[in-house]
Structures are given as structure tokens and as C-alpha cells.
Design a protein around this ligand. Structure first.
Ligand SMILES: Nc1nc2c(c(=O)[nH]1)N[C@H]1C(S)=C(S)[C@@H](COP(=O)(O)OP(=O)(O)OC[C@H]3O[C@@H](n4cnc5c(=O)[nH]c(N)nc54)[C@H](O)[C@@H]3O)O[C@H]1N2
Ligand SMILES: Nc1nc2c(c(=O)[nH]1)N[C@H]1C(S)=C(S)[C@@H](COP(=O)(O)OP(=O)(O)OC[C@H]3O[C@@H](n4cnc5c(=O)[nH]c(N)nc54)[C@H](O)[C@@H]3O)O[C@H]1N2
Ligand code: SF4
Ligand SMILES: [Mo]
Length: 703
């Protein structure tokens, strides 16, 4: 048997690492890090190494299945792709003709290879109802970046400008544990941390980077907005502002000075529970050590003021002159000639806009959240249950498991049961997929070819198809085929996926095969671009005072809002539920609700964990490893206690995404340890509609 090694790009998470795929004959036997990769330099995490276990997993969906019994009765028949897609096209056409395109909805989960193609399909079909998780993951940060400076700033850790960050801030982000996020590799970030003179960590948990940090700000969960404002206040009042940048390239500074006058560290101290001196010291370090970059994370996205907090963090970068300078937070230049398909880079390409204006008025969430790029999920699911303003009839979920990954899942379950027609594309029969009428088997990254660009921006990577199990298909081929059956050629003018890839590369002078032999194409980075071309905003400046936010009815200068359930906002609830709950810090071995059936990963992390301070545990008679109930006014779930002094005595951190593939179908015990059951209807962030998943109230009891 011939042994080969193929260079490709991993996609067991958002995907940034270039890897080597080792084959014996046709069989993938191993995946290892690629030492020559500029994006990852040989790094691989446990999920990446487990890729062959996903590819060959015996439970994988390999053929389209049609439901034959009652919903959730687990009776299926295998059908051909022809039959599956013909049937789907017929149902969607009938619904469109009888009721209108808005009676069909789509959902996707986190960013995946097909991001941009699902929205393109929804737009082309004509439905404004596209939902998912974008309101509480990454998109609020990205959107306010567009409104503030025209592009998302990203940490410059690669040394392209011969400088590395002297100060690194990790704000609600634990990238060295998770492996990767938002297009950055944890291994590369570890190098940046080692090289930095100063490290600042903002996290209620003592993450690995906090151990050696110069400042670890262990704030009360959900209060990042107050801390950021107090740091802005300090930098202004102590004269640490980079005047050249602020005077030359921003608007609204004077109004900001007035606005933050009362947001002193003394104001923030009782909110964040940090010492005013600690806040001042961290602000001074950040402002005085340059270049500095802020690696911000998902914790910023899930509060009562996520867009506002993100705005404050953008303003901190501008006040200190760290925007688009080497070693700071930069605006990447994408590789020349590659047609940018990423939603994060190119808004011109049809389908990359989340809601076409001509159908926006028929969306289910008429009273929109201004910074919510999708149909607001809680409003969406409620509208199905209540049939108000109308009840959608059909839905296609591509790669999401909302029963596990979204708040208030009992309502979601009810809603899914009320649909006339549900299609789910996935690798496995998850608790969500089990409720479908039709399930479509998706190809893993080892079965796909791609010009990988989502999230990274400064480069594109080659992904090479090396395997094919059963009839699993690339979701994008499925979207193309269905679109063509529906006559949507204008939005999908390519006969095949490969033709599309060749099209995306045509201006580089390479076809897909030639690109694969190169493996990576990089943009030619230039810094300080704003000096010649300004910023891509209405004023051409960095908008400290954001006119775009104002136009949408959102505060144009950043504010802080207290979580709707907290010791300060609901002291009466806090008497019965005295602990502060944060959920969903990412697990190294799993991607959200994925991977629980992969034994090489599950062995390393067998049970759902809730972290509790040893003193708190002792007062409740709980020992390390005990099963406990984590309970909120909404519901309770069972988790294993992990005692840890790296968390404050009144804070609990619980993992998300837990179901038990080894348990009986249907359901696989999804009610047992699913933290999202703990969150029901609530007061959502008025800008983004985000749920407050990082700061709620709970109590703990031994099972
Ligand atoms: N309480 C709480 N809840 C959270 C979070 C939290 O911090 N706290 N985090 C939130 C965040 S940040 C996010 S992004 C969401 C994630 O939410 P989801 O994206 O819904 O979560 P996943 O479990 O990653 O994915 C769901 C399904 O997609 C399938 N899948 C994976 N890749 C593919 C593919 O290429 N094609 C197809 N068709 N299917 C695929 C998987 O098998 C899995 O069953 O969860 C959110 N949920
Ligand atoms: N292994 C693995 N990697 C992943 C994922 C995965 O599921 N598994 N998911 C991917 C996705 S979709 C995302 S969005 C990213 C997210 O990855 P990150 O951006 O790193 O975010 P999280 O891991 O969700 O949370 C980071 C930190 O936030 C802290 N935290 C909790 N509450 C608060 C708070 O109120 N304020 C502050 N400042 N910090 C708080 C937690 O203690 C945790 O250490 O990871 C991606 N990478
Ligand atoms: S961090 Fe993500 S891209 Fe890198 S090896 Fe792990 S799963 Fe793959
Ligand atoms: Mo996410």
C-alpha cells in the first residue's frame, strides 16, 4: 500500500491550522501539525488529531434519511440524493407559492465552511428569516467594528511589520486552551504571550495566561462594559492618550471626554468588584507599553451590553494609537486576486447581506435589535410556538444543534415539533436532527476541497479532499444543487463547487489544483493605511462617536448596563440563588455540542463539569467529583463538581453543549446536563438581542 502525506487545512474548529494528512492507501491514518505553516507552525490540538475518528465514526450519517414513523420515533428509510433534493425542492416550491417565501426559514450555527452560502440561498429564495447564533458570537464585535472604523481589527502577532506586541491583553478569551478562535491559532498566540513584556488578563477564571500575567483582573462576570469605561476614563484623565492619532484620525473625542467623566475606577469598583488601583494600574500598563494588542473573546459577546462593550474596547485601541500599527490591532490586507467570499470582507457579493431590504419587512422579528444581524433567535422560536405574527411552515437547519446550543431549548423543541417540514444537515443524528423529516449527511473537512478564507483574512489556505465515506456531501454542493432545482441560477451561476473554486481563484492566474500545490496565498500587508486612505466610515475617520450607531437608535457613545439578573439588579432573587453563573467557556476537547461520541476525546473529558470554589463547596458538603444540581429560577441540570480556587467563591462556571450519544435515542439525555435549559425568556441586550449567558444567578446542591 502506498503511504502518502497530503498538506491540507484542518476544520475541526473554526480552522486556522495547516496540517499534514497521513494516508495508507486510501485510508487516513493520522493528522499532524504542519511545521512549515505560517498560520500555525506545527500546532495541532486534540480535536484536530481526532479528525480520522470523526471521518470513520460508525454512527456517522452516510446517506440521506427520510422519516417514516412519528416525529422523534427514530424510524428512517434510506433514500437517494436525487429523491431527497427533488422532494425538498417540491416542498419549498409549494410553500413559497401557497404562503410566500418567508414561510421557509434557515438556521446555521457558528461560522463554518458554508458560511455565506446558506445566507446566499436564503436571500435568493427570498426569505428574511435566517437565524442562528451570530447575535451572541463574534458578529456584534464585527458589526460595531464596521460602524466604528470600517473593518475588524485583529492582533498582529506574526511579525510581518518586524514588530511584535509588547503588551498583550486577553479579554474574555482563552485561546491557548481552546486551540483556536476567530481565525487565530492558540499555538501562535502562546508564542505572542511568551514574547510580550506585559500581559493583562480580564477573566473571572484564573486561566493559564493569568498565572503569569502582570495584571489579572478577576472581574465579576458580565461587568466588562464597566471595566472598559473605567480604563478609558483613566487613560484620558491621566493624559495617556496618543494625541497624534486622536487629533488626526478620529471624530468625537471631546464628546467622549465629557461622556466618561463620571465613569471613574471608583465608579467601576463596586460593579466589577475590582480595586480602583488595580484598574488604574492595568490601564497605565496598557497605555504605556506599545505596541499593544487586545485579543477579545466570546465573553464580550454575551452580556446585556455586548455591542457597547465592544465599542469601548475599540475606543481603547484608538486612544492608545494601536490601530493598524505593527504589533498592534491591524486591518489585514487580503491576498490579491482571490475573490473574497468571506462575509467578513466583502459585502458586495450577493447573498452576503443577512437581510435583503425588499423582504426585511416580512421578517418575524419586526421590532428589530439594531445590531442583530439575523432573525433574533428567541423571538424566532417564540413566533413558531405562538403563531405570531405568523407560523413558518418549513425550516432547514444546516450544522446547528439548537436544542443544546441555544437558550430556552424547551421552547425550541416545541417549535420544531410544530413545523410541517424540517430538514437537518449534520454529521450525526443529534437530538435536533432526530426531530427532522429529512436528514442530509454532511462531508467532513477531509472530504471537502476549499479555498479556506473565513475569519483569517490575511491569507487563504488550500483544503484537499482525501476521503469519501458513504454518500456524505459537501453542504455547498447540496446548496448549489437545490438552488439549481429551484431555478436560482443568478445567485448560483456555477455548475459545480469545483467550478466555483476555480472562479474564486481566476484572477490569481491559478486554478484550484495549482493553488493546492502552493497551499497558502498571503496578502501583502501594509500598515497605517488610514494615513493615505482614511477609514471606511461615513466621516472617513475612526468614529469614537459612532454616527452609524446613532442612526440605528443605539447609543453612539458606549454605555454600561447591569445584567438583568444579578446581585445588584435583582437582590431578592440573589437571596435564593446566591451564586453568579457563567456558562460556556470553551472546552479543549470538544467543539460546542460536538465530539461527545468520539472516544479518543471523550476519554479525556468524560463528564460535564461545573467549577466551584472549594470554600463554597465545603459549605454545601460537596467534594471534588460529586454530581451536583446547578439550578436557576428556570430549571436545573446535573453536572460534576470540579473544585478550583481559580474562581471567586460566589461564581460558578458551567460547561455547555452536553448530551450523551451513548444514551437511548431519541434524545440521548439532552435534558440532563444542558446548561441552556437554565435560561428562559429574559431581558435581552437592547442593541444585539444577546442573551446574558455569562452572568446569571444560580444555586448548587449535591445530587
Ligand atoms: N450557554 C451557552 N451556550 C452557548 C455558548 C455559551 O458560551 N454558553 N456558546 C455559543 C456559541 S459562541 C456558539 S458559536 C454556538 C454554537 O452552536 P452550534 O453551531 O449549534 O454548535 P455545534 O455543536 O458546534 O454544531 C451543531 C451541529 O453542527 C454539526 N456540524 C459540524 N460541522 C458541520 C458541517 O460542516 N456541516 C454540517 N451540515 N453540520 C456540521 C455538528 O455535528 C453539530 O451537531 O453555541 C452557543 N451556545
Ligand atoms: N476547543 C474549542 N475551541 C473553540 C470552540 C469550542 O467549542 N471548543 N468554539 C469556538 C467558538 S464558536 C468561539 S465563539 C470561540 C470562543 O472562544 P473564546 O473567545 O476564548 O471564549 P470562551 O472560551 O467562550 O470564553 C473565554 C473566557 O471567558 C471567560 N469569562 C466567562 N465569563 C466572563 C465575563 O463575564 N467576562 C470576561 N471578561 N470573561 C468571562 C471564561 O472564564 C473563559 O476563560 O472558541 C472557538 N474555539
Ligand atoms: S485548533 Fe482548530 S484548526 Fe487547529 S488543529 Fe485544533 S481543531 Fe484543527
Ligand atoms: Mo461562537
Amino acid at each position: 500500500m502506498e503511504n502518502r502525506v497530503v498538506r491540507s487545512a484542518c476544520r475541526m474548529c473554526h480552522g486556522v491550522c495547516q496540517v499534514l494528512v497521513h494516508l495508507e492507501g486510501d485510508r487516513v491514518v493520522k493528522v499532524t501539525g504542519d511545521p512549515d505553516s505560517p498560520t500555525s507552525r506545527g500546532y495541532i490540538c486534540p480535536k484536530g488529531a481526532a479528525s480520522p475518528d470523526l471521518l470513520y465514526h460508525p454512527d456517522r450519517l452516510l446517506y440521506p434519511l427520510r422519516r417514516v414513523g412519528g416525529r422523534g420515533e427514530k424510524k428512517w428509510e434510506r433514500i437517494s440524493w436525487e429523491e431527497a433534493l427533488d422532494g425538498m425542492a417540491a416542498r419549498l416550491t409549494a410553500i413559497k407559492e401557497e404562503s410566500g417565501p418567508e414561510y421557509f426559514a434557515m438556521q446555521q450555527g457558528t461560522g463554518r465552511p458554508y458560511t455565506g452560502y446558506t445566507t446566499r440561498f436564503a436571500n435568493a429564495f427570498g426569505t428574511p428569516n435566517f437565524t442562528g447564533v451570530a447575535h451572541l458570537c463574534y458578529l456584534p464585535r464585527w458589526l460595531v467594528s464596521l460602524y466604528t472604523l470600517g473593518q475588524l481589527p485583529i492582533c498582529d502577532i506574526y511579525g510581518f511589520g518586524d514588530e511584535y506586541p509588547s503588551c498583550v491583553v486577553l479579554w474574555g478569551c482563552d485561546i491557548t486552551r481552546s486551540g483556536a478562535s476567530d481565525g487565530m491559532c492558540g499555538g501562535m498566540f502562546q508564542r505572542a504571550l511568551r514574547r510580550a513584556k506585559k500581559v493583562i488578563v480580564v477573566d473571572p477564571r484564573r486561566i493559564a495566561a493569568a498565572e503569569k500575567a502582570d495584571h489579572w483582573l478577576q472581574l465579576r462576570p458580565g461587568t466588562d462594559g464597566a471595566l472598559a469605561l473605567a480604563m478609558i476614563n483613566t487613560i484620558i484623565s491621566e493624559g495617556l492618550v496618543d494625541r497624534d492619532f486622536v487629533d488626526g484620525y478620529t471624530v468625537g473625542y471631546e464628546r467622549l471626554v465629557e461622556h466618561v467623566r463620571t465613569f471613574t475606577p471608583e465608579w467601576a469598583a463596586p460593579i466589577t468588584r475590582l480595586d480602583p488601583g488595580e484598574i488604574r494600574a492595568a490601564a497605565r500598563t496598557y497605555a504605556a507599553t506599545s505596541p499593544a494588542c487586545i485579543q477579545w473573546g466570546n465573553a464580550v459577546d454575551m452580556s446585556a451590553c455586548n455591542a457597547q462593550t465592544a465599542r469601548s474596547l475599540l475606543i481603547l485601541r484608538a486612544l492608545t494609537g494601536n490601530i493598524d500599527r505593527p504589533g498592534g490591532d491591524v486591518l489585514w490586507v487580503p491576498p490579491a486576486g482571490v475573490k473574497q467570499r468571506s462575509v467578513f470582507m466583502n459585502l458586495e457579493v450577493p447573498g452576503l447581506q443577512f437581510r435583503p431590504p425588499e423582504v426585511a419587512g416580512r421578517a418575524l422579528d419586526a421590532e428589530r435589535y439594531p445590531v442583530c444581524p439575523i432573525t433574533h433567535p428567541p423571538t424566532f422560536w417564540r413566533s413558531i410556538v405562538e403563531g405570531d405574527p405568523y407560523r413558518i411552515r418549513a425550516m432547514w437547519i444546516v450544522g446547528s444543534n439548537p436544542l443544546l446550543t441555544m437558550s430556552n431549548p424547551r421552547q425550541t423543541e416545541k417549535a420544531l415539533g410544530m413545523l410541517e417540514y424540517l430538514v437537518v444537515s449534520d454529521f450525526f443524528l443529534t437530538p435536533t436532527a432526530e426531530l427532522a423529516d429529512l436528514v442530509l449527511p454532511a462531508a467532513t473537512w477531509l472530504e471537502q476541497e476549499d479555498v479556506v478564507n473565513l475569519h483569517k483574512i490575511w491569507c487563504v489556505l488550500a483544503r484537499v479532499k482525501v476521503a469519501q465515506e458513504g454518500e456524505a456531501r459537501d453542504d455547498r454542493e447540496v446548496i448549489f444543487d437545490l438552488a439549481h432545482r429551484l431555478g436560482l441560477w443568478e445567485a448560483f451561476p456555477w455548475e459545480s463547487w469545483r467550478e466555483h473554486l476555480d472562479w474564486a481563484l481566476e484572477d490569481t492566474g491559478m486554478n484550484f489544483e495549482e493553488f493546492c500545490s502552493r497551499g497558502i496565498l498571503r496578502g501583502e500587508m501594509r500598515y497605517h493605511k488610514y494615513r493615505e486612505q482614511g477609514f471606511a466610515t461615513a466621516s472617513g475617520k475612526f468614529e469614537i462617536y459612532a454616527s452609524a450607531m446613532e442612526a440605528m437608535g443605539a447609543p453612539p457613545l458606549p454605555v454600561y448596563r447591569e445584567p438583568p439578573m444579578s446581585p445588584l439588579s435583582t437582590p431578592e432573587v440573589a437571596r435564593e440563588y446566591p451564586l453568579i453563573l457563567t456558562t460556556g467557556a470553551k472546552i479543549r476537547e470538544f467543539f460546542h455540542s460536538e465530539g461527545r461520541q468520539i472516544s479518543s476525546l471523550r476519554e479525556k473529558h468524560p463528564d460535564p463539569l461545573a467549577e466551584i470554589h472549594p470554600e463554597t463547596a465545603a459549605s454545601l458538603g460537596i467534594e471534588d467529583g460529586d454530581w451536583v444540581w446547578v439550578e436557576t429560577p428556570q430549571d436545573r441540570v446535573k453536572m460534576r463538581a470540579r473544585l478550583w480556587e481559580g474562581i471567586a467563591p460566589d461564581v460558578v462556571s458551567a460547561e455547555h453543549g452536553w448530551w450523551f450519544p451513548e444514551d437511548e435515542a431519541p434524545g440521548h439525555g439532552w435534558h440532563r446536563s444542558n446548561v441552556n435549559l437554565l435560561f428562559g425568556e429574559m431581558e435581552y441586550d437592547p442593541d444585539s438581542g444577546s442573551e446574558c449567558l455569562r452572568s446569571w444567578l444560580c444555586r448548587i446542591q449535591k445530587v
